[in-house]
Design a protein around this ligand. Structure first.
Ligand code: BG6
Length: 482
């Protein structure tokens, strides 16, 4: 009898990153300013700020990040040493089209990614490429208000077509937008849509929400994604495209039917809304009432419905760090979270950044997504952000990270035995990098420590943590030795 409790042969073990959080070299070799280059550093107590001009008094963590731009050879060699089968990274749009509206790409930017692909090929590592990981040309925010404008679609398509053509023999797996559902969350118009003005052209007040702009921008992203899928399949019919969700799994706090319905509505509009459009190719019926209640009227062009129908994706990916509860009782204790918090779950522990740790929630999530779409799944992000300290011998014994990952991987194995078609796992972030949420270096995720600190100091030296050897063994044993 087959042992169902094992990872399939060829399972894509690996790690994930994003250009803005690792590359640095923010203005080198012709690179333009990206929206995230204007994000200041912050902390759990102090929100990151968007500045419309560079403020010399501020710290911008993406500008140097961990200097992957100059150190990629060493980093990829270390990934190969761990046995990576897959490496997820994003191409930084502003390296290819610095302002976003040029007609010709920046050769130096392309040459950088040529080198990355060559290096990955050397070690037989399969790339998983995110076309946009919240990195939009800032120039397009200033001139056309980012994704609020339909014109973004043509700029994005020019960019995606250039990279899909150039790397048609290097890449099979593409993700058009990182965490496309992020923009369904209030106050994420800038991060997820590059939007800086309101409908009257005045600077947007980031403390006030604007659902109309956010959902209009999302419609443009849906169309851009579908057109990219269609164009990509023309360029190389073997290309595979993935949806990518930030999956904050919602549980009802109690079996009170009010809580159950609340959790169902949260899952619909904050998670499934985007994956339903990307996988099924049309707007779900449950969104109609939501739009009415939020006062959202979408501008769609004739032909959009057909584009969405034709440009559906092939596989599902998502980031998973935690789960939260929802409750009809407004007085319940709250917890923090990735992009979004919620009601505290009395059965779960929290990380130092107040994210609830829930490995079984990952198995639940895998089941719900697989049941819904019946296409292969990849976990594109999962990991533990923690403060790492070095002992007197220079070792970083991150047993807490190993525990976190081990428990999640066990649940993946169980999900596979229960019938889920899970084909890959790229842990976030395989090397310490700038935190998206807080802009900190102190919040570390990597198997590889980077000597870089929040005050900007540090040698940028790479040091293997205890989890490095542990993950190497996990991959070598195809998930048997946890
Ligand atoms: C995901 C993002 O939401 O969470 C990553 O895709 C991010 O870019 C990751 O880094 C972890 O969040 P944080 O805030 O701890 O960096």
């Amino acid at each position: 009898m087959n042992n169902l409790y094992q990872f399939p042969k060829g399972f894509l073990w690996g790690g994930a990153t994003a250009a803005n959080q690792i590359e640095g070299a923010w203005n080198e070799d012709g690179k333009g300013v990206s929206t995230l280059d204007m994000f200041t550093g912050g902390s759990i107590h102090q929100k990151r700020r968007i500045t419309l001009e560079m403020d010399p008094a501020e710290r911008y963590p993406t500008h140097e990040a961990i200097d992957f731009y100059h150190r990629y050879e060493e980093d990829i060699r270390l990934f190969a040493e761990m046995g990576f089968k897959m490496f997820r990274f994003s191409i930084n749009w502003t390296r290819i089209f610095p302002n976003g509206d040029e007609l010709e790409p920046n050769q130096k930017g392309l040459e950088f990614y040529d080198r990355i692909f060559a290096e990955l090929k050397k070690y037989n590592i399969e790339p998983l490429v995110t076309i946009a990981h919240y990195e939009f040309p800032f120039h397009l925010s200033k001139t056309i208000n980012g994704w609020a404008s339909r014109e973004m679609i043509e700029h994005y398509l020019r960019y995606s077509e250039v990279i899909m053509n150039r790397y048609k023999d290097d890449v099979k797996y593409w993700i058009p937008f990182n965490e496309i559902n992020c923009i369904t969350l209030s106050h994420k118009a800038y991060q997820a849509g590059g939007i800086i003005s309101d409908e009257n052209g005045s600077l947007i007040d980031l403390t006030k929400d604007n659902a109309q702009l956010r959902f209009q921008a999302l419609h443009h992203q849906f169309v851009a994604s579908a057109l990219t899928v269609m164009k990509g399949k023309e360029i190389n019919p073997n290309f595979q495209f993935g949806s990518m969700l930030t999956h904050f799994t919602f549980y009802p706090l109690t079996c009170n039917p009010e809580d159950i319905m609340l959790a169902t509505r949260e899952m619909q509009m904050k998670i499934y809304f985007c994956s339903d459009v990307l996988h099924r190719g049309y707007y779900p019926s449950y969104s109609k009432l939501f739009f009415q209640q939020e006062g959202v009227t979408l501008q769609q062009e004739p032909g959009d419905a057909e584009i969405l129908r034709k440009g559906t994706v092939d596989f599902t990916t998502f980031s998973y760090y935690m789960s939260v509860c929802v409750s009809s009782d407004p007085n319940q204790e709250q917890t923090g979270g990735n992009l979004l918090g919620g009601v505290k779950n009395p059965y779960l522990q929290e990380s130092e950044w107040k994210w609830q740790i829930d490995p079984i929630g990952l198995r639940y999530t895998l089941h719900t997504l697989y049941d819904r779409y019946q296409v292969p799944l990849m976990i594109a992000e999962n990991g533990l952000g923690a403060v790492d300290t070095m002992d007197e011998n220079g070792n970083i014994n991150d047993d807490y990270r190993i525990d976190y990952l081990r428990e999640h991987i066990k649940e993946m194995k169980q999900a596979i035995a229960e019938g889920v078609d899970l084909i890959g796992y790229t842990s976030w972030a395989c090397i310490d990098s700038v935190s998206l949420g807080t802009g900190e270096m102190k919040k570390r995720y990597g198997f590889i420590y980077v000597d870089k600190h929040d005050d900007g100091t540090g040698s940028l030296k790479r040091i293997k943590k205890k989890s490095f050897d542990w993950y190497r063994e996990v991959i070598a044993s195809n998930g048997e030795n946890l």
